[in-house]
Design a protein around this ligand. Structure first.
Ligand SMILES: C[S@@+](CC[C@H](N)C(=O)[O-])C[C@H]1O[C@@H](n2cnc3c(N)ncnc32)[C@H](O)[C@@H]1O
Length: 373
């Protein structure tokens, strides 16, 4: 069956952030709102295909990891009927998704419930696409290394095999500006999710990350504020070229701060860096740093991913998170979002959250906590 869908794929539990971000950038770029998506699990949004929205998502959508064009769906339960159905669909498909593609590769995800192994599904989908295109007189090679087009096959939540073209050609969590990373750098798209979940508004908020490491959160916030293209080398114009976000990033470790500064300059954003213990970034200091940069923000927002690993002893964790809670309370009216994977955080921080939801960044299986003053 021919499908025509736009699928925005991200981490589990990020549907709300991805949907809100798509509305924000599409309204700005195209002056209209996308229709409400269907949610497929907790980390996938399915929209009807729309060339213009797909182009905006591909260039500017920061909270997702992939943008996919769904092309074909099959309810076949075995390989032979899957092949037959796909070949027929591809052969009879008049759409131009193959334009400029001389080679393809196929990846599968979530096909455990299909009555064949992953490799067999890959082989069947690959053959069906190549053979179906050949019937239309279009020859494509299979190239597992550097394909022009990456096709993804997966079972959707109705058990159908969906085949789509991955427009991002694999995950794009690495933007290209972070060549220097601290000890536990956050995935860039997760930093973007934190900013969206905390409802960061660049027109009003001063953003501060007092434990910035490689600067991922600060840099992503500054890029999101300008509506900059996701890929570092993309020269598309920013959606909000006049935005002047005020973003302050601190860390007590000089080496990581130097790395963060280099990363910010590669990303092309202005971040105000501060070396020192968390407590040295008090409220007066934050407003003074903003004033030095010629800005008068209306309010403040803490976005932070504090140390979290198992190596952190329980007593140290309690002390650290307790100090973080005291510092946040001393800022009085700042909102805050923390991503942490340490069971001590919630109690030691000592405040009632407004949002608590699971959020992972690679090996970090953590929680996002959002606090309102
Ligand atoms: C988990 S890392 C942050 C990683 C960061 N989100 C990134 O993407 O690179 C935590 C950082 O907190 C810093 N840190 C730990 N305790 C601190 C304190 N009391 N004051 C300031 N920085 C601190 C560490 O030096 C480290 O760089």
């Amino acid at each position: 069956m021919i499908e025509d869908g736009l699928r925005i794929v991200g981490s589990a539990q990020t549907n709300r952030a991805m949907e809100a971000e798509l509305v924000r950038i599409v309204k700005k770029a195209l002056g209209r709102r996308p229709v409400a998506p269907k949610r497929d699990g907790t980390g996938q949004l399915a929209y009807p295909w729309d060339d213009a929205i797909a182009a905006v998502a591909l260039t500017y959508h920061r909270t997702s990891t992939r943008v996919v064009r769904d092309l074909y769906a099959s309810s076949a339960r075995r390989l032979e009927p899957l092949y037959d159905e796909l070949v027929a669909d591809v052969a009879g498909d008049g759409r131009s998704w193959t334009e400029g593609l001389a080679s393809i590769s196929v990846e599968v995800r979530r096909v455990d419930e299909f009555a064949a192994g992953e490799r067999q599904v890959v082989g069947t989908v690959k053959n069906a696409i190549v053979d179906g295109l050949a019937r239309r007189g279009k020859r494509v090679r299979v190239d597992g290394e550097r394909p022009d087009g990456l096709l993804v096959a997966r079972l959707d939540d109705r058990g159908r095999m969906l085949v789509g073209l991955d427009l991002t050609k694999g995950t794009r969590t690495r933007r290209g500006w972070r060549t220097e990373a601290g000890e536990a750098p956050l995935r860039e798209h997760v930093a973007a999710v934190m900013a969206m979940e905390a409802r960061y508004d660049q027109r009003k908020d001063l953003v501060v990350d007092p434990m910035c490491g490689a600067g991922t959160i600060a840099i992503e916030a500054a890029l999101a504020a300008r509506g900059a293209p996701v890929a570092a080398g993309d020269r598309s114009p920013p959606l909000w070229p006049d935005a002047r976000p005020v973003v302050i990033a601190g860390d007590r470790d000089l080496d990581v701060l130097v790395a963060a500064r280099h990363n910010a300059s590669r990303a092309g954003v202005d971040v105000i860096f501060h070396r020192g213990e968390l407590t040295t970034l008090d409220r007066d200091h934050l407003w003074a740093l903003a004033a030095d940069a010629g800005a008068v923000p209306e309010r403040g927002l803490v976005l932070c991913n504090p140390p979290w690993g198992e190596r952190l002893e329980v007593a140290d964790a309690r002390l650290l998170y307790g100090a973080l809670g005291d510092w946040w309370r001393s800022l009085r009216d700042f909102r805050a979002a923390f991503l942490v994977a340490n069971a001590e955080f919630e109690n030691a921080f000592g405040a009632r959250w407004a949002i608590k939801k699971p959020l992972s960044s690679g090996p970090l299986r953590g929680y996002l906590f959002v606090y309102e003053p």
